[in-house]
Write a protein that binds this ligand. Structure first.
Ligand code: BG6
Length: 795
């Protein structure tokens, strides 16, 4: 195997910059031979970016004394795959600084140094390992290191790492670097498992986890920019001056062709957990004293992760482009009934609990099939100047710094500082200021209103990172701790959203303002509430704007059904109508509310949108309560308080929690809490008949805190009873069937795919309250209405 030496000698002769191969000196970094193996070398990523990146590395390094050999590894046999590999290799282009002649020469050598190697079995890896070592001995060259780039699905990582460890480790004193592409897990526990598995074969310093955003020139300049401009930034880089931070990745493409991967991941796992989160930490972390001190950078990043406020599903809005589901059905061979809940769009608000950033919103958003391709991070500063006349004056314009990753109107990467902030310092000779502009606007301001810094030479992220791997620079890669901290932060939200139906959007310009979202306290909601689309093949709808509320019968009572958001809108409107009617007729509205998770969206809707609700004349009662102090998180009253009562103006004496805690103990029969509540109802509620009782139904058919097997008949004429739940906390207080059935209207809210089986089962069973307490709900003279969302109804 003389081609390595031959090719290298030829080049060295041409470039004059001769430096012989280094003699092996143990432990010290050295020049010598580098073997590069791309496992997945004929795949898409390799074709698009990796070979190009390695070619740049080769072109830049070959005259500095290194020699190289390149292997494209894959599952196919050599004769089949070699043409594919060379097809990919032929497409590489030279760095701009190379002359045409030198470019041709370097490229010719590069092609000579590359070959395909089948990497399917352990024996294949053994053969490769043997070959790499033999090559060194035969040619008498010193080994600098071996670089394995795993461009394969993540499930294969652990096996490949083991094979590399068993048979492909380099000779003594040379380095091993194994590069891994995301996804690194699916959530916290899978990431932890993968890390442990990889840890049995590879040392931490041998693993290079790629996040290609860290190779984008603008992203890697965030910390140096903050450092260079610290005299301007230090005083304003805080909650007092920053209105909000936006980190945005908008894409126009769909997920077609990648569905088997994408459908398991969705937008949060695909780009937010990694790319956008990394940008967020770079923008907010404490500036390290030494920017290239990997440990200090990591420490500062981890401080941010540990201060991130826990996210729940109210902190996010999610969407899915309308054709996505069809693509899923096609690519995953699913039936027409299959519905994917994977979001292709998300808007999320994050807060950091440290004094510097307290309450300062950080918005992370990304989506496929949006109107434009654009990525940026924008720091929008507060502008406290009120311009009385000259609205165009520079003082009145937004003050912002934009880290513009590329694409969009500008089409090149740049750091933009609005001129009413400060003139930024040029960081180094690799960056320049642009003063001549095309006539474009960036985020609402003409480009001429910004100072614009851009890299002197634009470089592709993968090429940058490949050169960092070669230099052993670990600061541009994701360490295990960083990875786990990020998954630790995102996993609860991902689990919280797992059953949420994303809002459907048509894609492209037609999205209009459908995906706009607004921030309210710690919550994020779509700004435009009204549009809920139903895919045509699902409900026979007639196009993008169609949405429906279906009315029908369920268990021979009335039923209203819609997609979750629309259903909640409808239920809230029905409640308000009942309240207005009751107040008109009798001056009061008596409403009894249940616990559980289904009514949360209703409470929020009422709190946020029903400002004309007659709260002043509404009395709120509890349908049931857990025997825990009212301040505990699992108390139904506490939930009601947090999500509704604290947000509306209602006299305190109209609020009627159940007296589950008396004499400093919980639900003790002799304390007569149930009797007390009953007499309060008798005193205040006309004929003890609530105007509206809102119920839910549990998987076992329970409603209120009336569970299967409880002897409901034993409640006799009581309105309130102590009951037992099979789930913890076991003790409960509940309205009885009698109290509920006396109501003027009873609504039963059932939401979510997980209730589908129950809904189907209940549609078939006869009334049997002891087995299915919900079937005992038969208002004597009032109305029963089932509010069932499409997920629960259709599965
Ligand atoms: C990748 C995601 O990591 O990043 C893709 O898997 C996404 O879904 C891409 O399109 C975006 O990267 P860029 O560099 O085009 O912004």
């Amino acid at each position: 195997m003389w081609k390595v030496v031959w090719a290298t000698l030829l080049l060295l002769a041409t470039v004059c910059a001769q430096r012989g191969y280094a003699k092996e000196t143990k432990g010290a970094p050295k020049v010598g031979h580098v073997s590069v193996v791309i496992v997945g070398g004929t795949g898409d990523l390799a074709k698009k970016y990796l070979w190009q990146g390695f070619f740049h590395l080769y072109a830049n390094q070959v005259s500095s004394g290194y020699s190289f050999s390149f292997y494209g590894g894959g599952l196919l046999p050599k004769d089949k795959a070699t043409p594919f590999l060379f097809e990919a290799l032929k497409g590489v282009v030279c760095p701009r600084e190379l002359s045409v002649e030198r470019c041709a020469l370097v490229k010719e050598q590069f092609l000579k140094l590359a070959e395909y190697w089948q990497l399917k079995t352990s024996e294949d890896y053994q053969a490769l390992g043997k070959h790499l070592t033999e090559q060194l001995t035969q040619e008498g060259i010193v080994e600098a290191g071996r670089l394995f780039y795993l461009s394969v699905p993540a499930f294969a990582y652990a096996d490949i790492a083991e094979r590399i460890n068993n048979s492909c480790r380099p000779t003594d004193g040379a380095w091993l670097r194994v590069v891994l592409e995301k996804p690194f897990g699916h959530d916290f526990s899978s990431a932890q498992l993968l890390s442990t598995q990889l840890g049995t074969s590879l040392k931490d310093e041998e693993m290079y986890r790629i996040d290609h955003y860290l190779g984008k020139q603008v992203v890697s300049k965030i910390l140096p920019f903050r450092r260079e401009n610290s005299k301007h930034l230090d005083p304003i880089w805080n909650k007092h001056h920053i209105e909000r931070v936006e980190i945005v990745l908008k894409e126009t493409l769909d997920a077609r062709g990648r569905i088997p991967f994408y459908d398991q991941y969705g937008v949060i796992r695909d780009v937010i957990q990694n790319h956008l989160t990394e940008v967020m930490t770079l923008l907010t972390m404490g500036l390290p004293a030494n920017l290239s001190d990997v440990k200090e950078v990591l420490r500062n990043k981890l401080k941010i992760f540990s201060a991130l406020q826990h996210l729940d599903r109210n902190c996010a809005t999610i969407g899915q482009y309308q054709n996505y589901n069809l693509e899923v059905q096609e690519e995953l061979n699913k039936t027409k009934e299959y519905y994917s809940l994977t979001p292709t769009f998300a808007g999320i608000m994050v807060h950091i609990d440290i004094a510097q950033y307290e309450k300062m919103p950080i918005i992370l958003t990304s989506g496929k099939m949006l109107d434009e391709r654009l990525g940026y991070a924008r720091i929008l500063f507060k502008n406290d100047i009120f311009c009385v006349q000259s609205h165009n004056s520079v003082h009145c314009k937004p003050k912002q710094i934009v880290f513009y990753f590329g694409h969009g109107t500008l089409q090149y990467p740049a750091i933009l500082v609005s001129k009413n902030l400060f003139k930024p310092d040029l960081m180094d000779t690799e960056w320049k200021e642009i003063t001549e502009h095309k006539d474009v606007s960036v985020l609402g301001m003409p480009i001429s209103d910004y100072y614009v810094l851009t890299p002197t030479v634009q470089r592709e992220a993968y090429a940058e990172l490949i050169s960092h791997i070669f230099q052993g620079r670990k600061d541009s890669f994701i360490s295990t701790e960083n990875l786990l901290a990020s998954w630790g932060f995102w996993t609860p939200l991902l689990h919280g959203l797992a059953k949420t139906s994303p809002r459907l959007y048509p894609g492209g310009a037609d999205n209009g303002n459908m995906l706009d979202f607004k921030l309210l306290g710690r919550e994020v909601n779509f700004a435009n509430e009204a549009v809920v689309m139903i895919p045509q093949d699902h409900m026979g709808g007639s196009g993008a704007e169609s949405f429906q509320v279906m009315q029908g019968k369920y268990r021979s009572a009335e039923m209203v059904s819609a997609w979750p958001e629309e259903l909640i809108v409808r239920l809230a409107a029905d409640l308000q109508a009942s309240a207005e009617k009751a107040v008109r007729e009798g001056g009061r509205f008596h409403l009894a509310l249940s616990g559980g998770s289904s009514p949360l969206a209703l409470f929020q809707r009422l709190a946020r949108h029903h400002y004309s609700f007659p709260w002043r004349d509404t009395h709120v009662w509890m349908v049931d309560e857990r025997c825990v102090p009212l301040t505990e998180l699992d108390s139904n009253f506490r939930t009601l308080h947090d999500h509704l009562l604290q947000h509306v103006k209602m006299p305190y004496f109209n609020i009627h929690p159940m007296p589950v805690q008396m004499n400093q103990r919980l639900c003790v029969e002799e304390d007569s809490g149930a009797l007390l509540y009953e007499s309060e109802i008798n005193q205040l509620v006309n004929a003890s008949s609530f105007h509206f009782v809102l119920l839910g139904v549990g998987y076992d058919g329970h409603t209120a805190s009336l569970f299967p097997g409880s002897k409901l008949d034993a409640h006799g004429d009581s309105l309130v009873a102590l009951t037992e739940s099979p789930a913890k906390p076991h003790q409960r207080m509940s309205l009885t069937l009698r109290a509920i059935n006396q109501a003027q209207k009873v609504g039963v809210l059932v939401m979510g795919k997980s209730k589908h089986e129950l809904v189907t089962q209940l549609s078939r069973v006869k009334d049997n309250p002891n087995k299915w307490p919900i079937t005992g709900i038969r208002p004597t003279s009032g109305r029963l209405v089932w509010y069932i969302d499409y997920d629960a109804l259709l599965g």
